[in-house]
Ligand binder design. Structure first.
Ligand SMILES: Cc1cc2nc3c(=O)[nH]c(=O)nc-3n(C[C@H](O)[C@H](O)[C@H](O)COP(=O)(O)OP(=O)(O)OC[C@H]3O[C@@H](n4cnc5c(N)ncnc54)[C@H](O)[C@@H]3O)c2cc1C
Length: 500
């Protein structure tokens, strides 16, 4: 029976797993070891909608407490400065799912001119607003279509306090030895001599991947043939008069792309690039030229890919210890949320004694999640025509689409319709859904053979629809600053059960 779990790593991944275990399996003792010398990665600030739902739904962390302590900024999606348009918005609202009325044509067929304002959420993004004002007063109509921008260090501090309250024992120490009993791990010995016995262990040791990677020597599946970037420069500055944008920005750069992430008092930027095409010094120069306010910077190297197995014997890896893809769609917190749900549900449903089929099933689900993100990001690289630098020429020629190959082939022949949806993706599991792929292909103006399906009337109706959304967002939208001022007020009421 499962009685003791030891988690190696005190970053976001380890802390979220500790909270998940204690909330869903309160009879289990959880100890978490974090190195006092190695620290946490300290980057990772944008999320999708899954993360607030996980925090406040699955983990039941009260939003009011979280907002007061962590001060998240609110995010409706990502603005892509990408492809031939000046920009387009990837919202969490599935804008490409709509049809033009009355013809019923999927809207992707008419969005080559008008994609901004495709739905109310993208219209709010364009107008730099986050929610509509409530019809009954000056407060926001809060919807579930939001993700967060959060400072990684502040999140870790909050989660540390939270898991301690849940009864997790946090120990400072460095791993010295993995002690085995046959094929399973029996205990971890720390450098100060302490021995932590465990029935089950979670490897949350970040890129060091001490257990799944180093100890078990699990093969690493590289994603470099699809995702060629391997470094990031990060930096930022204190906000002065800049408005808080309700989205992350992803801007095309000479040898990669740059994010802009919004916090109430700070703006953080980072340049993800490929060391084969630009040196650290040249990347820093380009980054600084485009962001003259940026303060000190640091370089974070990374390796895109995942371990072939995430669950081995009595060890499960979570977060960067299991795999990594760059934050072009801000998906790491999403993956961690799913990993926590998968593991905790498997342990709970199996009464603490998971069978090999359960283990394999969780392993396949987790691996499939990473792979789908790789496939989705590969599409972003393969079709971005914005710049003609050697890096982007290479991407358009060489990037392997992997699982997205058949989706792109279908699109090129048929355009953005949903006839073959369940053939192209697994709708129940897909993070991005088919409309996510269509949004980017249409957003980047990738040609298809059925452009003639749209009539002039369809185009006019669609243009009016987009204009009406933009007008409504401008007239009735509230900014992030206005909305947060209300939501941080202790008298603000959260609807119980609002989050899943
Ligand atoms: C450039 C970049 C940008 C990113 N942007 C985003 C983003 O916008 N959105 C997003 O969701 N994610 C993003 N991420 C991912 C983000 O870093 C992770 O999602 C998240 O912070 C989880 O990290 P972690 O807990 O797995 O690892 P870490 O934070 O590195 O934690 C590892 C822990 O293990 C401990 N440890 C390691 N080895 C030992 C040892 N031998 N003994 C004892 N303790 C040990 C460390 O001390 C630490 O406590 C980004 C990552 C990078 C590199």
């Amino acid at each position: 029976m499962l009685r003791n779990v030891v988690i190696l790593g005190g970053g976001t991944a380890g802390l979220l797993m500790a909270a998940s275990l204690r909330v869903k399996l309160p009879e289990i003792k959880v100890q978490l070891v974090a190195s006092g010398t190695l620290g946490v990665i300290g980057v990772g600030e944008g999320s999708t909608t899954d993360f607030p739902n996980f925090l406040h739904g699955f983990l039941e962390i009260p939003p009011a407490e979280f907002y007061r302590a962590v001060k998240p900024a609110l995010k409706l999606g990502i603005r892509f400065d990408w492809g031939p348009r000046s920009h387009y918005h990837y919202s969490f609202s599935g804008a490409m799912r709509q049809q033009v009325q009355p013809s019923g044509l999927p809207c992707g067929y008419v969005a080559e001119e008008n994609i901004v304002g495709a739905d109310l959420v993208t219209a709010l993004m364009e107008q730099r607003r986050v929610f509509l004002q409530h019809p009954q007063g000056p407060w926001p109509e809060v919807k579930q279509t939001i993700g967060y921008h959060i400072e990684n260090a502040e999140l870790a501090v909050f989660l540390e306090g939270y898991v301690k309250r849940l009864g997790v024992e946090i120990l400072e120490g460095d791993l010295a030895e993995v002690m085995m009993a046959g094929e399973t791990v029996r205990a971890l010995r720390l450098q100060d001599g302490r021995v932590l016995e465990a029935d089950f262990l979670v490897d949350a040791s970040g890129f060091r991947s001490e257990l799944i990677g180093k100890h078990f020597k699990t093969p690493f599946i590289s994603y470099r043939d699809s995702l060629i970037c391997d470094r990031a420069i990060v930096g930022g500055w204190q906000r002065t008069f800049e408005p808080i944008l309700p989205y992350t920005v992803a801007e095309t750069m000479d040898a990669g792309w740059a994010w802009q992430i919004e916090h109430p008092t700070r703006i953080n930027r980072g340049y993800v690039y490929c060391s084969g095409f630009i040196s650290d010094e040249a990347a820093e120069a380009e980054f600084r030229k485009k962001n003259p306010k940026v303060g000190p910077t640091r370089v974070v190297p990374f390796m895109p890919g995942r371990y072939a197995r995430q669950w081995k014997h009595n060890v499960f890896a979570v977060g960067n210890a299991a795999g990594f893809v760059e934050p072009l769609e801000a998906t790491s917190l999403l993956v961690i949320s799913h990993e926590c749900r998968f593991l905790v549900t498997a342990l709970k449903e199996s009464g603490g004694d998971p069978t090999p089929t359960v283990v394999n099933c969780v392993d396949r689900l987790s691996g499939g999640l990473w792979d789908e993100i790789r496939d989705f990001l590969a599409v972003h690289y393969r079709f971005n025509q914005r710049l003609d630098t050697p890096f982007w020429q290479h991407c358009r020629r060489e990037v392997a689409l992997k699982g997205a190959e058949s989706i792109v082939e279908y699109y090129e022949q048929n355009g953005p319709n949903y006839l073959a949806e369940s053939e192209l993706i697994k709708p129940i599991q897909s993070v991005f859904q088919l409309e996510g792929y269509w949004l980017h292909l249409v957003g980047m103006k990738v040609p298809h053979q059925r452009a003639s399906r749209a009539t002039e009337t369809d185009r006019q109706v669609w243009a009016q629809h987009c204009a009406a959304n933009l007008h409504r967002a401008e007239q009735h939208g509230m900014t992030v600053a206005q909305s947060l001022a209300v939501m941080h007020n202790p008298r603000w009421q959260w609807t119980p059960g609002f989050y899943r």
